[in-house]
Structure formats: C-alpha cells, structure tokens
Design a binder for this molecule. Structure first.
Ligand code: IFM
Length: 438
C-alpha cells in the first residue's frame, strides 16, 4: 500500500503507466520496416544475451489484455509510443496501412476503456533507411520527422489527449552518438554534437507541423539526472556542473530559453552544425506541457585522465536498484522545482519513474520506491511546481535496450516463454491508491 491519498495530488491529476513501442510490441510482421534497434541488437556484443525486440511482450497482438490491465489498475492515462517504421517503413514516403490500423485499434481501445492516450512520436526506433542517410546527424531529419508528425496528427490527433515529440533527447543524442551505448552506437564527438542540436531542431520543427494540422496539447519528454559532486572539492563541483550541462542544461536551456548554455557550446563548438544559432527560435517553440523522466542521481568526480571531458560518474553509497542506480527520491522534488522555477510555467508531468527489480511478482522494494517518489511529487507541488500527472515506468517487464530482457521495470510481470502477464504487488499498490477516491 502507498501512504499517499489520490486526492492529495489535485482533482484532475493524471495517474498513468508508460511503455514504448520497440520495448513491447514485437510484431515485425504487418509491413513494419527495420529500425536502428533491429540492426543494433543484431550486432554481437551490443545487447546482453543478444536479445532483440523481435517478439518482446507481443503487445502487437496482446494489446487488448494490456489495456485491460491499465483500466483495472485504475490508471487514467496510458503513455505509449508510435513506431515510426510501422507507420512509414522507410521513414519517408509510402505509408503502411496495417500500421495505421494497428494504432487505430489501440487508441480506440484506450478510449473505449476510459483511458487517456498520451502519445510519444519518437522513442528511439528510427527507421533504418533514415540512418543510412545519417539519421540524427543529418539536418534533413527535421523535415523527415515533421512529415511523420503531421501524418500522426492527421490520423490520430483528434483522439490523443497529449502528444510528446521526442522521448529523452539526451539518450537520442549523447548516449547513442557519444557513449555508443544505444543505437546507432556511435562514439564520435562530431556525431554527438550534430545529434544534440538536430534532435531539438527536429522537435521544434515537428511542433510547428503538428500545430498546422490542428494537434493540441503538445510537449516533449526530457530525462533529467540530479547531478551532485562526489566531494566538496571545487573540481568535483565543476565536474558536476559539466555533467549537469551536458545532461540537463543543454536541453532545458535550449527548449525553454532558446539558447544553449555557453559552457557546453564552448565544449562542442568545433563540432556543432554551422549556424545552429538561427534555429533556436524553432528549438524553443512554445509548448503546452513538459514531461520529465526521473530515475536517479549521478555523483561526479573530476577526471584528470580525460582533459577534454574532465568528469566521471562514480559509485554512490545509497541503496541501489537492480540496474545499479541509486534510489534518491528527493532528486525528483529538486528537479521538478528547478524546472518550474528556472525554466517554464507550463504544467509538468512525471512521464516516467520506476525501478528495475529482480524477477518476481512480489516486489515490496518497488512499492517503497513508488511510495517515496509519489511523496517527492507532493513535496514538489507544495513548493510550487505545477505537477499534473505521474506515469509509472513501466506497465510491463519489457526489453530494456542494451540490458535486453535481464532488467525488469514492470509493475506487471511478463513470462517471456508463455507471454503470461501477472500483476505484481506494485500494481496492486497503485490499484489501491487509484480505486480509493479519498
Ligand atoms: O526503459 C527505459 C525507457 O525506454 C526510457 N527511460 C528509461 C527507462 C529505463 O531505463
């Protein structure tokens, strides 16, 4: 059981559960084109156990059961993503009717169950044909993405409660083009610098295209990390500021101030696309809401071995989740308050929060994690942050990217051999909170 009451969060507060297409759908039939995750995961050494999303949770076929779970849990909203290669197999050009039909059924299925659709246009499954042309390194991606966004708006816009352009631009750009941990797996500063700008330029261009099609309630989802120095030495504080700049300020300053932070521009200057400054009005297009994904904090230490990027994340002393991330609920309060104080007054949504835990349907540690993070949301509201919703990551155990199926974030257990779904104690705790109208 959670210790909060639903009514404390405000009368129209949205409780939801979240997933993403590649992590759950499977369903590579039906005309879906290949994505960068199909090829990245097929490359030996990239993903634990060589796992791929080919079948995942088979949500492509089992979606009615999954929507029933959301309804029965008492959730108001479902945050899902469209698979770009399912709708436009080559990324541009011909549209796949079977893909349109799938999302038609899914969205109508949500509405029939009284669930608000919160859509994300891009949660990392870039059509491979676009990667062949440079993907996020190519400025043309802004138009490719805007055309895809317009297609979604024309077909589904009137039925979506809210739409986010991009999920976690830091992961799209830095994790995937500098650290090489996610598809397309580049480790190249120029590739990263280009992707860091193009992902936000594409976001802003798509916002314009969505509005032109009459779409409403538009936002973006940034993943924010609480950055703290590993000691009180000034050089560790500098390392923390640097990491905060690359992880948080680049995206928040760009989106909400229309200007990238000077220290990070300086760091990437030779590699950024020429003339990026004149795109900043598009990057900072006004939004209707802002999504924040939060999991943990990073402790930073000065790293003299790496003069170009002298910051290194070190192991922290706090209790950790099964993926090794420290449990740090107050970081969520601090980040929500920071965004609302320093960046934007639009309504905020915690679009993802949750923890990886060892396999099993009895997950008391996860119940505690959620309980503490829900209290952290209340604390942020009390300090003035206009938080209007909270989405648990994730509805189902699913494909955890480079970790394959090894790490489980679901509030519902999935037996991948049989595809049987079993609600965990954490799901029951949400059910208790959400069915109790106090
Ligand atoms: O599984 C991911 C999700 O796709 C994006 N946010 C973080 C989650 C946990 O790593």
């Amino acid at each position: 059981m959670f210790s909060s009451n639903r009514s404390e969060f405000g009368p129209n507060f949205v409780f939801g559960a979240a997933t993403a297409a590649y992590q759950i759908e499977g369903g590579q039939t039906g005309g879906r084109g290949p994505s960068i995750w199909d090829t990245f995961s097929a490359t030996p050494g990239n993903v634990k156990n060589g796992d791929t999303g080919a079948v995942a949770c088979d949500h492509y076929h089992r979606w009615p059961e999954d929507l029933d779970l959301i309804r029965d849990g008492g959730f108001d909203g479902y945050r899902f993503s469209f698979a770009w290669p399912r709708l436009i197999p080559d990324g541009t050009g011909a549209v796949n009717q079977a893909g349109l039909d799938f999302y038609d059924r899914l969205i109508d299925g949500m509405l029939a169950r009284g669930i608000k659709p919160f859509a994300t246009l891009y949660h990392w499954d870039l059509p491979s044909a676009l990667q062949d042309q440079g993907g996020w390194m190519n400025r043309d991606i802004a138009n490719w993405f805007a055309d895809y966004a317009a297609l979604v708006a024309r077909n589904f816009g009137d039925r979506l409660h809210a739409t986010a352009t991009i999920n976690e631009p830091w992961c799209v750009a830095f994790l995937s083009h500098f650290l090489g941990k996610h598809a397309p797996g580049h480790r190249d500063v120029r590739a990263a610098a280009r992707a860091m700008h193009h992902v936000l330029f594409a976001h802003g261009t798509a916002i314009g295209a969505l509005r032109a099609e009459g779409a409403k309630n538009l936002g973006i989802v940034t993943n924010l990390q609480k950055c703290e120095p590993a000691s009180d030495k000034p050089e560790d504080q500098q390392a923390s500021d640097l990491f905060d700049g690359i992880f948080n300020r680049w995206y928040l300053d760009g989106l909400y101030k229309g200007q990238y932070p000077a220290d990070i521009v300086k760091l990437f200057a030779p590699h950024l696309p020429r003339g990026f400054e004149s795109d900043m009005e598009v990057v900072s297009a006004p939004l209707d809401w802002a999504g924040i994904n939060y999991y943990s904090r990073s402790l930073l230490r000065h790293d003299p071995a790496n003069p170009g990027f002298p910051a290194k994340a070190v192991d922290g002393p706090l209790e950790k989740t099964d993926i090794g991330w420290e449990i740090y609920p107050q970081g969520l309060t601090e980040l929500l308050v920071r965004v609302s104080r320093d960046y934007t007054k639009v309504p905020l949504y915690v679009t993802e929060n949750g923890m990886a835990e060892v396999e099993g349907a009895d997950d008391p540690r996860r119940v505690g994690y959620y309980d503490d993070h829900l209290k952290a949301v209340r604390a942020a509201q009390e300090q003035g942050a206009d938080v209007r919703g909270y989405f648990a990551w994730s509805l189902l155990d699913n494909y955890e990217w480079a970790e394959g199926y090894d790490k489980r974030f679901g509030i519902v257990h999935v037996d991948y051999a049989t595809q049987q779904r079993t609600p965990k104690s954490s799901y029951r705790a949400f059910q208790g909170l959400l069915h109790n109208k106090r």
